[in-house]
Design a binder for this molecule. Structure first.
Ligand SMILES: Cc1ncc(C[n+]2csc(CCOP(=O)(O)OP(=O)(O)O)c2C)c(N)n1
Ligand code: SF4
Length: 546
């Protein structure tokens, strides 16, 4: 079978296609976006009519994937780690309903928060839902595990999670493909009650999930992905998870580690394999990317028994991404000399592009808000979050997608008036609309500025569900038409824009201001694609939160 050079994300997408998916559902989010983009660009996916349009958010994506599985077909749902918080309700409940066609949940974590608000570890979510989790160490495993995950999912009628992290998602390596499977036919679940979580039925389904735990553990014990590699020096036994396996072996000549090593890539943890390692070694070192999930379990609450080292006792840093050097230090190896960064290289903080429409919104907003003082502008997540930095210093919060509207509402309810929020068009349809409905129904006097650049710019310019619909959505949610204002964020309209903002910010009710101008990067890309030219020009500087 053909060998391909693939990113970790792409290996997952190719494996999902080869395993016969009929649809992939996702909302963009670094480092997971490329999984769906690969399927969107795939000619075989097009020929096979594999669904790959973006969803409004991760919850709608998870539910659509479950619906496809209900109909008997294989589906994949992808998101970044914080997206799983949004999708948590269907995710947890899908573990109880189980699946019909195979369903794989691919979640990309971002330790060190290269482009995220936090560095939560999705393995914890997998354990919370009590489903099997795969954690690949390289691109080949990303491919093989995705393929196997569909088999396991159909064998046990359970969603299976695939957890990967930034470095694997975004690095490339050779991948051998497996046999291409046909898509499943449309076929309803054998048990017509399987997907009805009425308490009387859910209790039975939950029992099935509990009963299956032993079988899932047995699968992990026998898994080819959980490998024991013996070593002569038993002063320490090493438990190493997923990608961290590479950081371990890179520290030893010819990649031969002199200690016994248990490489973990499939969960629930293989208890017998762990016990065998624990018994044969004087102490244990746990190397895992993310939270000290395995270490905490092995050390126990009281920390009795053999010494277990890792992120909790400071052998490795408690937070942030691991590196081969950090692992080297855990073994007490001499630190390698790191080259000094020459003075000529200056730090370049992320910034809005020159000519960005968000910048014009902030110029006008700052002029209006000056008289009210600091701390009244609630923002959201997108390119416009960069308005927190100089020269704008225009926003005072950024918590999670949609929180700008609801936090402004809560603050206004508390008496902080005026309270203003700034949200992007894609974030508005992701999770801002429901908060606006709350504000309208409860007459919370807030001003919602939707900085509408007709795209999901921060993650690379994907389509936005909001494009062309914002006014009618806001009207439908009950915002009075005369308080849905539009403005054109261009310098030449600065005076008019200031006036519109001033009028609405002092209005004692809910108002929405739609600042509409297309993202210049997306507009340029579209023009380029229209002319069928190759990529030219400078790439945009990488922004911080994606
Ligand atoms: C729950 C969640 N899902 C996805 C992301 C990744 N993400 C950050 S901002 C953003 C969309 C931004 O689009 P928009 O609101 O239109 O603002 P723009 O970047 O276009 O200015 C996405 C998908 C995230 N941070 N959190
Ligand atoms: S990519 Fe678009 S929205 Fe983001 S900073 Fe640049 S111009 Fe602004």
């Amino acid at each position: 079978m053909q060998k391909m050079m693939l990113l970790g994300d792409e290996a997952i997408a190719q494996a999902a296609l080869d395993a016969g998916i009929s649809g992939i559902y996702a909302y963009p989010g670094t480092p997971s976006t490329e999984i769906t983009e690969y399927v969107q660009k795939s000619s075989s996916a097009r020929e096979g009519k594999v669904h790959s349009d973006w969803s409004a958010n991760e919850k709608t994506a998870m539910e659509a994937a479950l619906g496809m599985s209900y109909a008997g077909k294989r589906s994949m749902v992808c998101m970044k780690h914080v997206g799983l918080n949004v999708a948590a309700d269907p995710f947890m409940n899908a573990a109880i309903t189980g699946v019909n066609g195979g369903m794989v949940v691919a979640v990309a974590d971002d330790p060190s928060m290269h482009s995220s608000q936090n560095e939560q570890d999705s393995r914890v979510f997998g354990k919370f839902a009590m489903i099997p989790v795969f954690e690949p160490a390289d691109q080949q495993e990303a491919y093989d595990m995705t393929y196997s995950a569909f088999e396991l999912s159909e064998q046990y009628k359970i969603p299976v999670m695939l957890r990967l992290t930034t470095r694997l998602a975004h690095s490339r390596s050779g991948v051998n493909r497996s046999k291409v499977m046909d898509q499943n036919p449309l076929i309803l679940p054998d048990n017509p009650n399987q997907f009805i979580l009425l308490p009387s039925l859910a209790r039975k389904s939950y029992q099935t999930l509990l009963k299956n735990q032993d079988a899932f553990e047995k699968e992990s014990e026998q898994s080819v992905f959980n490998q024991f590699i013996d070593g002569e020096d038993r002063s320490v036994g090493i438990v190493v998870c997923g990608l961290a396996y590479n950081y371990l072996i890179e520290n030893f000549k010819d990649h031969i580690v002199p200690h016994p090593v248990l490489k973990i890539s499939q969960y629930p943890l293989p208890r017998k394999k762990l016990a065998a390692l624990y018994d044969m070694c004087e102490s244990i070192l746990v190397i895992e990317e993310g939270y000290p999930v395995v270490e905490e379990l092995l050390a126990g609450i009281l920390g009795l028994g053999k010494k277990v080292r890792g992120r909790l006792d400071g052998t490795l840093p408690r937070a942030g991404e691991l590196t081969p050097d950090l692992v080297s230090m855990a073994f007490g190896f001499p630190t390698k000399k790191i080259h000094e960064i020459p003075d000529i290289i200056v730090n370049r903080p992320p910034a809005l592009c020159k000519g960005c429409s968000h910048a014009d919104v902030y110029m006008a907003l700052n002029e209006v808000m000056g008289i009210f003082g600091e701390g009244r502008v609630f923002s959201d997540i997108g390119c416009y979050t960069l308005g927190a930095l100089p020269p704008y210093n225009a926003i005072h919060t950024c918590v999670d997608m949609g929180a700008s509207v609801t936090m402004a509402k809560g603050a206004a309810d508390a008496g902080l008036i005026p309270a203003v929020c700034v949200i992007g068009d894609s974030t508005f349809t992701h999770s801002g609309m429901t908060g606006l409905l709350d504000a309208v129904l409860q007459h919370s006097p807030i001003t919602v500025i939707i900085s509408d650049n007709s795209t999901t710019a921060m993650t690379g310019g994907q389509t936005s569900h909001a494009t062309g619909r914002l006014e009618s959505i806001c009207e439908g949610l009950g915002v009075p038409l005369e308080h849905i204002r539009t403005l054109n964020p261009l310098k030449k309209y600065h005076g008019d824009n200031v006036n519109i903002l001033r009028e609405e910010i002092v209005y004692d009710g809910v108002s929405v201001i739609i600042a509409q101008r297309e993202c210049i990067q997306t507009a340029t890309r579209k023009r380029r694609e229209a002319r069928k030219e190759g990529p030219r020009g400078k790439s945009k500087p990488k922004n911080e939160i994606l």
